[in-house]
Ligand binder design. Sequence first.
Ligand SMILES: *[C@@H]1O[C@H](CO)[C@@H](O)[C@H](O)[C@H]1NC(C)=O
Ligand SMILES: *[C@@H]1O[C@H](CO)[C@@H](O)[C@H](O)[C@H]1NC(C)=O
Ligand SMILES: *[C@@H]1O[C@H](CO)[C@@H](O)[C@H](O)[C@H]1NC(C)=O
Ligand SMILES: *[C@@H]1O[C@H](CO)[C@@H](O)[C@H](O)[C@H]1NC(C)=O
Ligand SMILES: *[C@@H]1O[C@H](CO)[C@@H](O)[C@H](O)[C@H]1NC(C)=O
Ligand SMILES: *[C@@H]1O[C@H](CO)[C@@H](O)[C@H](O)[C@H]1NC(C)=O
Ligand SMILES: *[C@@H]1O[C@H](CO)[C@@H](O)[C@H](O)[C@H]1NC(C)=O
Ligand SMILES: *[C@@H]1O[C@H](CO)[C@@H](O)[C@H](O)[C@H]1NC(C)=O
Length: 803
Amino acid sequence: MILMKNIIFTTCLLLLLSTLASCTKLTNQIYIVELGGLDETQTQRELHHDEEEIENVHRSYLSSVKESEEEAKASLLYSYRHSMKGFAALLSREEAKEVSEMEGVVRVHKSKGMMYSLHTTRSWEFVGLEGPLNPNWADYEELSSHQKIKNGQDLLCRANYGQNLIVGMIDSGVWPESKSFSDEGMEPVPQKWRGICQNGTAFNSSQCNRKIIGARYYLQGYESQYGPLNEEEDYKSARDKDGHGTHTASIVAGRAVPSASAIGGFANGTASGGAPMARIAIYKACWPIKGQSKHKGNVCIDIDLLKAMDDAIGDGVDVLSASIGYKTPIPYKDDVIGRAALHATRKNIVVVCSAGNNGPLPSNLSNIAPWIITVGASTVDRSFVAPIMLQGGTIIEGRSITPVHMPNSFYPLVLASQVELPGLPTNASGFCLDNSLDPKKVKGKIVVCMRGEGENIRKGLEVERAGGVGFILGNNEQLGNTLYYAAYFIPSTVVTYQNVLKLIQYINSSSNPMAYILPGTTVLNTRPAPLLASFSSRGPNIIDPNILKPDIVAPGVDILAAWTAEDGPTKVTNIDKRVVKYNILSGTSMACPHVSAAAILLKAIHPTWTSAAIRSALITTAGTTDNTGNPLTDTNGDPATPFAIGAGHFNPVKAADPGLVYDASYMDYLLYTCSIGATQYFQVTYKCPNSTSLPEPTDLNHPSIQIHRLKGTKNIKRTVTNVGKSTSVYTFTAKSSEEFSITATPNILAFNHVGQKISFNITVTAKMGQISNKDGPARYYFGWYAWTNKNHVVRSQVAVSFT
Ligand SMILES: *[C@@H]1O[C@H](CO)[C@@H](O)[C@H](O)[C@H]1NC(C)=O
Ligand SMILES: *[C@@H]1O[C@H](CO)[C@@H](O)[C@H](O)[C@H]1NC(C)=O
Ligand SMILES: *[C@@H]1O[C@H](CO)[C@@H](O)[C@H](O)[C@H]1NC(C)=O
Ligand SMILES: *[C@@H]1O[C@H](CO)[C@@H](O)[C@H](O)[C@H]1NC(C)=O
Ligand SMILES: *[C@@H]1O[C@H](CO)[C@@H](O)[C@H](O)[C@H]1NC(C)=O
Ligand SMILES: *[C@@H]1O[C@H](CO)[C@@H](O)[C@H](O)[C@H]1NC(C)=O
Ligand SMILES: *[C@@H]1O[C@H](CO)[C@@H](O)[C@H](O)[C@H]1NC(C)=O
Ligand SMILES: *[C@@H]1O[C@H](CO)[C@@H](O)[C@H](O)[C@H]1NC(C)=O
């Protein structure tokens, strides 16, 4: 390759030599240099060029613009080869321009330094517990619990517990000593594994084993943006300080750890991941937000994430699990997860991502690309019940996992607003904010504090400071009935807004209000379950209105899994000195790894299936009813729409035998990017066909349908592949809101061999009377269609808006 050696003095270099260093430093920015992208014809040989060889090539571009070889070497941050062809480097604007003019360079653009974050909810409300994980692994519908467990175990057994498969965790690292990651009794590392175990602070290469088979970390983008990592806030290695990465990895593939017991003796039992024998590869790309106490959150810088995924693709993972997203919807051109995930499909890697925690407001989804499985969060059928006993015998429902209890005898019950220090502004009243309570009025009492202002954990501390014996955390009207709880330091329980009103009424109507809080207990088989979590991000997909998202929901509320063993359950490090080895977190971050585990089991059972087939199997078999037999509901009690739950609650047992799948290849996805005019954003130098032979975006063979601004009638092509019995006949059924109709041609599919593909047309027709909303945001209406035989219902959700 010939590089143009074309030295131009930058404005910087023309300045006095003494100011040169600082000047260069100031103007250097992260640029991404694309060298003719990956395309569908790229050979395996090209992909497997020696890493060093590729770096040398990339460095040679920099040598010609930098002063010295050392500078060139130092400015190369990452070389990419599986998710894009090119590199990330620190360049001045002038240098970037120069590089962009070199032969072989397709595009040079400034990295936006996009900051992704991990998808847990308010981390300070986290809680420490140990106990049974995933009580609802099998089906919510129809089956007896005995049958559910039997089916779940049968699935695990057929999948050999995921033993030969590898999940790549893009997250905050791992705590390798956790019992959940023991490699006892495991077979040698699968031969195909090409990853490494990178040493670093408190983590050396001998710490990988047959369970955690690889570990790497990515700091270049983070440190270029924020300066050196503060090593008091995190380890400069794959070791997890935050806890999030340890938690998600153990949800996917933690070993079964028996007789785990909780802080305060809560939920006891066996903790286990969904694919307990699968191998784990750690890619740490998320780091603490600089200069703030770590519970304020993490950031994952785009070039770090891209390199993490790039390596994972090359290392040979089977499933990639990323509980990460941007805080608002981002376009494909900035979406590094979407881009890397597209290239992962070339190797049939299933990419599973969280939908985000921006609910309940609509239109705020993460990870919306059609080749990703986008996972929302739902509740499990378990709750931690801690009612309030009022004098007179009334019982008010509450929830708690606080490990300290009060005796069953009555204490005075007050509202925070009744016991505050004089002079407190009215807008700060009722919340138990720091130094707001009057110890003379609080001593020996139970205080009702409202959510909405201030951190909940501090409210408990404030009541304790003022001498209270317990506290009740009440939702305000807006927070309704979504309860968050934590392992507070004094006896406590949390109540819904409705119950806050009952407490206020009791306190108002009683001359001497008295109460006590019963100890929290774990209650299983609660009804209705699952419910959609209020925080789970909702559709519609405003980035790509051709694709219905999220795809599916899985447990993401109060999920118990491994923790770092050096942190308190509430993560308020300067206050919480308790140490727990298992912890409960909530977020779509916790839902995503449940589906990653299911993908591992499905891949183990069906090794020849594409990533699209696995996604299809999960989506078309998802459950839409709860354990009372009614449609799965949203937190407000209304039936949840596909924009909340996608196809419904995941069901790994049914997904193992879906009957039919909607398959799609890497090529199909490339064509899809052509059809939406976005190919150039995915670093592919694929030559799109002429517009006349381009498919329509809605023709991507996706297991759901979304039509944006339908006018009249639309025909949509779909193809299903028979993965069930060789001879089978499926009939068509459909249901839709009255604004449109769904029909199919043909409406009977008769298969005579396994692997047979049959195409059909779905016709969606707008009916008279639908509400026109041309100027406002598109208003969607829902329906579904299904192919049904004796043993299968292959269901696809449909969302339609009108012109
Ligand atoms: C990691 O390993 C390399 C090579 O063996 C060694 O030079 C380096 O000091 C090690 N780093 C840490 C933090 O252990
Ligand atoms: C790596 O860590 C293990 C466990 O902490 C320790 O036993 C071993 O000596 C370490 N190896 C090196 C080379 O530091
Ligand atoms: C949890 O502990 C209780 C009481 O100690 C016991 O009755 C129960 O069987 C245990 N549950 C599990 C799942 O181990
Ligand atoms: C999405 O949610 C985030 C966080 O809740 C919020 O800051 C942002 O404004 C929301 N964006 C949209 C488009 O609703
Ligand atoms: C109350 O209002 C004042 C003045 O508007 C404001 O400065 C303060 O932050 C508010 N306090 C709370 C807790 O909202
Ligand atoms: C409680 O009593 C106060 C006055 O004593 C009154 O302002 C308030 O409306 C009452 N609240 C309820 C919920 O009854
Ligand atoms: C696409 O269009 C161009 C110009 O319109 C034409 O030269 C070319 O042959 C066409 N390619 C195909 C595959 O039809
Ligand atoms: C589907 O519709 C297209 C025209 O829109 C037609 O060419 C094709 O034959 C139809 N396929 C089936 C299976 O009916």
